[in-house]
Design a protein around this ligand. Sequence first.
Ligand SMILES: Cc1cc2nc3c(=O)[nH]c(=O)nc-3n(C[C@H](O)[C@H](O)[C@H](O)COP(=O)(O)OP(=O)(O)OC[C@H]3O[C@@H](n4cnc5c(N)ncnc54)[C@H](O)[C@@H]3O)c2cc1C
Length: 559
Amino acid sequence: MTPRAVPLQEGTSRTFPIREPVDFVVVGSGAAGGVMARELSTAGFDVVVLEQGPYIRPEQFRHDEFAYTFRNELLASATDFPVFFRTRVDEAPSVNSDLPAATYARMVGGSSVHFTANYWRFRPVDFEERTRLGPISGTGFADWPITYDELEPYHTKVEWEVGVSGATGPDDPPRSRPFPHPPLDVKSSGVLLERGARKLGYTPKPAPMAILPEPRPGRSAYQRCGYCMGFGCEYNAKSSTLASMILEAERTGRCEVRADSTVFRVDTDDRGRATQVRYFDGEGTEHAQAARAVILCANGAETPRLLLDSDSSLFPHGLANGSGMVGKYLMFNGNGFVGARFEHPLNGYKSVQVTRICQDWYDSDPRRGFYGGGGIDGRFMGSPIAFALSYLPSDTPRFGTGLKRVLEQYTHHMHVATHSTSLAVESNSVALHPDRKDRFGRRALLVTHLDHDDDLEMVAFLQDRGTEIMEAAGALKTWSQPNRPQHVGFHLLGTCRMVDDPDTSVVDRFHRTHEVPNLFICDGSSFVTSGRGQPTMTIQALAFRAAEHIGRFARNGEI
Ligand SMILES: Cc1cc2nc3c(=O)[nH]c(=O)nc-3n(C[C@H](O)[C@H](O)[C@H](O)COP(=O)(O)OP(=O)(O)OC[C@H]3O[C@@H](n4cnc5c(N)ncnc54)[C@H](O)[C@@H]3O)c2cc1C
């Protein structure tokens, strides 16, 4: 492939003829796919991005809590695309009624559009914890084939190119440049988290957030509207790939983003090389896009599904699945909730969700008696409807004056969210349902997930820290939600893991699949360990790094 480098120019998306091979087809336009599209097209390659969801323009987003948070308008329809769930293989799978077991936004920009935008970096320990701590029985606990030092320049690139605000904390990992933007204004929930944490000797700090405190070209500064988590940003202040990467990719004149295009198969020739991807358009009509190389960025649930669905006589267990590892080692990240009521109104519903965090428990500590690490943030109590339906303390009356009194005090509440490790357990997986189908006749997704006991212990440990911090901050009442196994994953990690050994993984350190030389995978599925939550900064750092290597391979004729 010979790239033709051109400067960025104004213009609209290019349209490529379907039958002619392009340099790269990228499947999925989310956190990773958007970066991949922008990097490869600005490097001079022709790129078609196939995205199953619609192309929603920022001005179309609404501040409609019911539509977005309860009718899940940005997610896939559970009727058209059911996701079955079970905790063990011997359990009958069922479909969750409220949220899909694999929750992500189905649209151009993927989950980077509706996410909360917490942007924690990984630390050195996340890449080499197996070496530091030794094996953990019953898990696939392993080191990454790359180190923090190798990824650090790309973490920095994410911050500068995508747009991240924050300030370096005393316990942060080394960094080559400061944050490009100062922290967002602190809110009451941040002040209280900071006050309680300092009283107890912890080290709270400004939250790194992929939200702009000041404008950038084509993007406004944040408006403190309060609609970040679960919503798209009509100001382009949230640094989704929709706001930050995809327009730039299109402006190169070398990238077409083809929305409403659901890829269902990657075809290979008799040498085992990827030749084209097949997809349905919005009406269900089948098409094929030929390409010299294919990059899957469809997330930790949909990328393994696509590989499993692309089986053939050459690849009888699914494409690139000679190791049998496709879909295995699904990790969600642990998360917990501590509610707190204060004497005065906090008005947490205004502005961004998180302004202060505390990561004093990042490293696993053998004195705790279990594996795990993580951190916490102080944030609003959820939207008013979520507060009423999901977050009330268990002793709140469910009707009458008692309930009314608590609801009237909505603005006096905040919560501490905990974020922590998930161990890689082989039976936690994404697979295909044996007989249930989706709207396009594909076998439905089947998620099997049961938290490792250590992951639940870590959540409980962090909930205790959150409770003591809220009490130290003067909370009138605190409560935590039961620490039970998770039935829904917002972070979809680990299902096509990156390890150099082809017998135990799916991709190598450059995201090339071990078995198909012109097939690459880069999204949450490449993770080997889960980090401590907030994986998207690392997903994008990996994508910047992978795009650089893939571009180099293409220029050198090594694809
Ligand atoms: C409510 C919510 C809040 C979150 N908050 C945070 C946070 O604060 N911080 C953080 O770090 N992370 C957060 N996350 C997680 C974060 O959004 C994801 O980790 C991240 O977006 C994953 O990136 P990805 O590129 O792997 O996949 P995605 O962003 O999910 O992108 C995958 C894209 O591929 C498309 N696709 C899938 N299959 C196909 C197919 N067959 N054909 C064509 N297209 C396909 C999808 O529609 C999607 O657009 C949150 C998630 C949710 C749901």
